[in-house]
Design a protein around this ligand. Structure first.
Ligand SMILES: *[C@@H]1O[C@H](CO)[C@@H](O)[C@H](O)[C@H]1NC(C)=O
Ligand SMILES: *[C@@H]1O[C@H](CO)[C@@H](O)[C@H](O)[C@H]1NC(C)=O
Ligand SMILES: *[C@@H]1O[C@H](CO)[C@@H](O)[C@H](O)[C@H]1NC(C)=O
Length: 467
């Protein structure tokens, strides 16, 4: 249950300078104050609880199915037979499920990266699997090709009643630029897919292409383009894309900006910069209800996040900037808002390897941001500790279902990045947070953010009825 700011800091009682206060007057006034505040908070508590119960009752039939806890029991396979010589050369270390996940020759690889036979395919006759999400499976577009929209985000355009999914097209060979470089794919460009139902995706092509020949261009294929996100500017009527632009060694650490008249492009690349003069790697943008948009980026060697408003045309940042989650080493931010509170999911910094997600909340988008803990529920412990072997990229509000969202994440496949998978799971906001860091008259300020593991799920009937 969330309370407004003004309740949090009751005006302290004090004598104005120069006046003479008798002790008993002070004591009686204090008692009065406490009584009034107590009554006030009781009334508000009652209101609050009723409101909360109502919201939950309203929500329950919609998402009960999605809030069921599903368990997973993936076992580590028995160790492979090794020759005595190999044993001597490199003694066996205990393998964890994360080692198995990262081992491209693992016997249980199909559990993390199921093959084409089980692909989600919108062209199949509407069977019992139609409209079901299968996190981790290959997901085909309406042409029958695997969707290429990694590190992506979704824009809903009311006017066309259409969702547009933008992401990195990584449909090229994976390689290492040098010994110490992370796995990479040359820049191909930003893909766009369109859909009315969030399940059947039509390929709209590459809306911002990499540069083949011009070596000095930011988007030259040997550079890096990650996490493209698009928002619409109501004032200029333009679609604006922000992305992480870098060189192969991640030393440029900049944002790039592109703009288009249409959601399906083509986007015109404008320029790159270091926002506020700082390094910027993993990033996202967020458009608030009042039309002000913000850039959030990992900075200072990914040790902290920076947040600041964009200019009115969304083509640059303004001078305002706040450091948040300082020293927490978080990346892959995904921001959303519910009932006036801002929420954010982030990941740790472990390269392509998966790690634990954290949820954060703030009353003001510029901070202070509080950390609430791991939002993942279900699966098993290792699933929850690795964000289901994936990394956050976006949180999509479901129009018509307040408090319900789709959590979008990438299950990276560093051995073959084009074959990375999408993990879409239901995310809800409600109930008391596990780690309610701030209390107001005994009531936690933040609601819990929950991401539920499901092997197979679909959007609730109520959502379909609204379409
Ligand atoms: C879908 O239908 C097929 C064939 O009727 C059946 O074998 C399968 O178990 C069904 N799947 C689910 C998830 O109900
Ligand atoms: C190459 O890219 C740079 C930077 O975008 C640009 O200034 C230059 O004009 C381009 N050169 C050619 C030949 O297009
Ligand atoms: C990246 O680093 C490697 C090794 O330190 C160096 O050889 C290479 O030139 C660098 N590449 C770029 C694009 O900076």
């Amino acid at each position: 249950m969330r309370m407004r700011n003004k309740h949090r800091r009751p005006t302290p009682f004090r004598c104005s300078a120069g006046s003479r206060c008798s002790l008993s007057a002070v004591v009686w006034s204090l008692v009065g104050c406490v009584l009034i505040l107590h009554l006030y908070s009781l009334v508000h508590h009652r209101d609050g609880v009723e409101e909360d119960v109502l919201v939950r009752l309203n929500r329950l039939p919609l998402i009960r199915e999605l809030e069921e806890i599903e368990e997973e029991t993936i076992q580590i396979p028995p160790p492979r037979k090794r020759s005595p010589r190999a044993e001597k050369r490199r003694p066996k270390r205990p393998t964890t499920l994360i080692d198995e996940f990262l081992d491209e020759n693992s016997q249980i690889r199909h559990l993390f990266f199921p093959g084409l036979r089980t692909a989600v395919d919108p062209r199949k006759e509407a069977g019992n699997d139609s409209l079901y999400f299968y996190p981790g499976r290959i997901w085909l577009d309406t042409d029958g090709n695997p969707i290429q929209a990694h590190g992506g985000g979704i824009l809903y355009v009311e006017r066309y009643r259409t969702y547009y999914w933008y992401g990195e097209n990584k449909d090229g060979p994976t390689y290492h630029a040098h010994d110490k470089a992370p796995a990479r794919v040359d820049i191909i460009g930003v893909s766009c897919y369109s859909s009315k139902d969030l399940w059947t995706w039509k390929n709209e092509g590459i809306v911002l292409a990499g540069e083949e020949t011009n070596l000095t261009h930011d988007l030259h294929k040997l550079n890096v383009l990650e996490r493209p996100k698009v928002i619409y500017n109501d004032k200029t009527g333009k679609y604006v894309m922000w992305m992480h632009v870098d060189d192969a060694n991640y030393t440029k650490a900049s944002v790039g900006i592109a703009v288009s008249e249409y959601p399906t492009g083509p986007f015109e690349y404008l320029y790159s910069k270091r926002p506020h003069g700082f390094e910027s790697r993993d990033m996202t943008i967020f458009k608030d209800d009042d039309g002000v948009a913000y850039l959030i980026y990992s900075s200072e060697d990914n040790s902290e996040l920076h947040i600041g408003p964009l200019t009115d045309d969304y083509l640059d940042v303004t001078h305002a900037m706040r450091r948040v989650l300082v020293g927490k080493h978080r990346e892959a931010p995904a921001l959303f808002k519910y009932q006036g509170t801002y929420y954010m999911i982030t990941s740790g910094c472990t390269g392509w390897a998966p790690n634990e997600a954290l949820a954060h909340a703030a009353e003001s988008i510029m901070g202070q941001w509080e950390t609430m803990g791991n939002p993942c529920l279900g699966g098993n412990k290792i699933f929850r500790d690795t964000t289901f072997f994936a990394q956050s990229t976006y949180v999509l509000p479901l129009p018509g279902l307040p408090g319900s969202f789709i959590f979008m994440a990438d299950r990276w496949n560093p051995a073959d990045l084009r074959n990375s998978r999408y993990m879409w799971l239901p995310l809800t906001v409600g109930g008391a947070a596990d780690v309610p860091l701030e209390y107001n008259f005994g009531f936690p300020l933040w609601s819990r953010v929950s991401i539920y593991w499901h092997r197979r799920w679909r959007l609730p009937d109520r959502w379909w009825a609204l379409q």
